[in-house]
Design a protein around this ligand. Sequence first.
Ligand SMILES: [Cu+2]
Length: 289
Amino acid sequence: MKYLKYSLLFLCITASIISCKKSNDTIPNNINEVENLLLLKTFSDNGFKVELFNKSGQLKVGYNQIYIRLTDQNGNYVQEASLNWMPMMTMNMGGMIHEHSCPFSEIKKTQAKQTLFEGYITFIMASNGADNFWNLKINFTVNGQTFEVTDTVNVISTDSEFNKAYTSIMGNDGTNYMLALIEPTEPKIGTNDIVVGLFKMGDNNDFPIVNNYKIKIDPRMPGMGNHTAPGNVDMTQGDDGLYHGKVGFSMSGYWKINMILENNVGTAVKGETITELNPESSVNFKLEF
Ligand SMILES: [Cu+2]
């Protein structure tokens, strides 16, 4: 039995070496895997190039899924690397310099891609002139060597009368919470998957994911008697750390997604029920389609 195990292990190792070799020989390293993405920013260091991409070509306040491609000194895309990043905002408040970060994920290899890595950053403020700017630092290790790049990135606000995909609130438990709408990105009439990132201001100037809460949901059309729609399912936390549920839109137009944030023992920490007298919750997103 033991021998069988070892020989199986040996077979596996041999197979992976062979398949590794094969992939290098048959697949051109500089395969283009960013066809549907737009370039956000290019950093360079020691002959390495670090390119940031996303779907819109812009970074905005709220949730941003970001893809990263590394190019080595020989102009080849890097397939194996470990990366981490740190977004940091510098704010000049009348001569007082204040720095803060925001919620962000780890960076991992994109599934089924050879030359892409990905993660998310939830920016909590927009860049604003020379006094209020975001710096993004990226560390990457390739073949045991670590490099660091850092540069400013521009973050815009997309808030408008009918659009709000990020909100920060002070809970009645004294905790500062941040909610970022991730899905639906293309809302449709009927039942939609809704995904929200829930974060808080941590004790160490960090912004951890909040675990085991519930986000109750009540979509309304303020322009049409504040009617709701069927098909809603309150959001609970998934294996990815994000909150998942369903939101119903019975017609196209402007919708306000009202929410109540409940903690891990079922106590509401922020948000109100919608009634005749109370048309909206203090925790809400807005969208129009
Ligand atoms: Cu700031």
